[in-house]
Design a binder for this molecule. Structure first.
Ligand SMILES: N[C@@H](CCC(=O)N[C@@H](CS)C(=O)NCC(=O)O)C(=O)O
Length: 199
């Protein structure tokens, strides 16, 4: 079977989520660079792959999947062991709960604070930083009592939450008040096959 193809942009936190998962699962793939800053995600050709004009997107054989959360779910269930995305009611709900944080406070807060400062996007920086701190505070309280976000082992929720937290400084959001979040990051970074955003 042909290698999977990831439509990717190195500095994108959403693409980094997928590269991390592929690496942790030790999966081989080809990267296709889509320079979103120069509008390459808005071409007619790319919109045949993702009609929303966003990266990441993954092609695996005949299957096309777009959206980082959907791709993480697919990779975990298709290629990972059950624990990456458990299906029993309680653990599934717990994973979904933290995926929701990754798509709300971490996106509208951390990712947009970074976009405002690094990419000069017209977001309200102070509002983004406030939103980010709501999510980080909830995580820090939760992680005081357990090692990983959703279950007793790492799940796609941990992978989805990590990238924009690791880039928090670029949005001038300090992680200093969140010792449990920093401990959790170190635990993730110690996993076999971990990669940084620029690898
Ligand atoms: N929820 C989507 C968000 C994807 C997204 O916003 N991607 C950004 C890069 S991080 C993008 O493609 N932007 C291109 C554009 O806005 O034209 C996901 O997780 O995949």
């Amino acid at each position: 079977m042909a290698k999977m193809k990831l439509y990717d942009f190195q500095i994108s936190g959403n693409c980094y989520k997928v590269r991390l998962m592929l690496s942790l699962l030790n999966l081989d793939y080809n990267k296709i660079n889509i320079d979103v800053i120069n509008g390459e995600s808005q071409t007619d050709e790319y919109k045949k792959i993702n009609p929303r004009g966003l990266i990441p997107a993954l092609i695996d054989g005949e299957t096309i999947i777009w959206d980082s959360m959907a791709i993480l779910s697919y990779l975990a269930r298709r290629y990972g062991c059950d624990s990456w995305f458990p299906q029993d009611a309680l653990n599934l709900a717990s994973v979904m709960q933290w995926l929701a944080v990754s798509e709300n406070e971490l996106l509208y807060g951390l990712a947009r604070a970074r976009a405002a400062l690094v990419f000069k996007r017209p977001f309200n920086l102070a509002q983004c930083q406030d939103d980010a701190n709501i999510g980080l505070m909830a995580m820090d309280q939760h992680l005081a009592g357990q090692q990983w976000l959703a279950t007793q082992t790492p799940t796609i929720a941990d992978i989805a939450c990590y990238p924009y937290i690791s880039l928090a400084h670029e949005g001038e959001v300090s992680l200093e008040p969140y010792p449990n979040v920093r401990r959790w990051m170190a635990d993730l970074e110690a996993l076999p096959n971990w990669i940084a955003i620029d690898e």
